[in-house]
Design a protein around this ligand. Structure first.
Ligand code: ZN
Length: 122
């Protein structure tokens, strides 16, 4: 059992190692996440190397987080109609230009990477 001080309520709380999430972000932050049993809020923060080693010695396993997980997601949710429109757009000529005009170049590069991976897998 780990004892973690909740950054939200300040209580030192017992947390089983299997209920602690540890993610290595692309920016180098080792992000600890847990749900505080006292205040019920999801809490966490970036850990220093000492704290990280201590958690690992207690059996907490970390995972690498893809950069896409940490991107800002402030647009409306994707709908089924959006997905169907995207499907037909990707089958058309000039889809890269059309996407770049409406969504910016970043999306075009990401979609091109996905399309290339799928072609390589086939
Ligand atoms: Zn708390």
């Amino acid at each position: 059992m780990l004892t973690i001080q909740c950054p939200e309520c300040g209580e030192k709380v017992p947390v089983p190692p299997q209920e602690v999430g540890l993610w290595k972000r692309p920016d180098g932050c080792n992000l600890l996440r847990f749900t505080c049993p006292v205040c019920g809020r999801g809490s966490g923060g970036c850990l220093g190397e000492d704290a990280l080693e201590l958690l690992r010695s207690e059996g907490v396993m970390g995972i690498d987080v893809p950069a896409e997980v940490l991107e800002s997601h402030d647009g409306p949710p994707l709908t089924l109609d959006d997905l169907i429109d995207l499907h037909f757009l990707l089958e058309s000529d000039g889809w890269k230009r059309q996407l770049a005009e409406t969504t910016g170049e970043g999306w075009v590069r990401r979609l091109a990477r996905v399309a290339n991976k799928r072609k390589a897998a086939v």
